[in-house]
Design a protein around this ligand. Structure first.
Ligand code: 5GP
Ligand code: ZN
Length: 111
């Protein structure tokens, strides 16, 4: 499904709920995480509703999503280190079932 009316990220993407947008492409959007676990904690999200990484099979979309972290790192400064992760499934800690990659950076982060 392209859009899930019960999904918090779909509501943000459609403009029903506001959120700080850090960066976007035609296919993807980057939001500030509402409960940051690092000095910089962004969420890289496809604009279409896809449940998780395993369900994301479109090579064009995967390329779009994975081209974003280096751009964010460059915006933060040339030597910006970062961690990129996704929780695939409830047992892995996924709580929002719309694919997202956590991008974490900043002086002290461990997760
Ligand atoms: P998960 O546990 O599914 O991998 O990560 C969900 C992430 O979404 C969490 O880091 C949580 O803080 C973030 N989050 C949940 N609700 C909202 C929201 O309404 N807006 C934003 N910007 N982030 C959210
Ligand atoms: Zn969604």
């Amino acid at each position: 499904m392209m859009h899930d009316s019960n999904c918090i990220f779909c509501k943000i993407i459609s403009g029903q709920i506001s959120s700080k947008v850090i960066y976007q492409t035609d296919l993807s959007i980057v939001l500030q995480d509402i409960a940051p676990q690092a000095p910089i904690h962004y969420l890289i999200i496809p604009k279409v509703h896809i449940q998780d990484f395993v369900a994301c099979t479109d090579p064009k979309l995967i390329l779009d999503l994975m081209s974003i972290p280096p751009i964010l790192a460059q915006q933060l400064g040339q030597d910006a280190a970062f961690k990129l992760s996704t929780n695939n499934g409830y047992a892995a800690g996924q709580r929002v079932f719309h694919l997202h990659f956590h991008f974490m950076s900043g002086k002290s982060f461990s997760e």
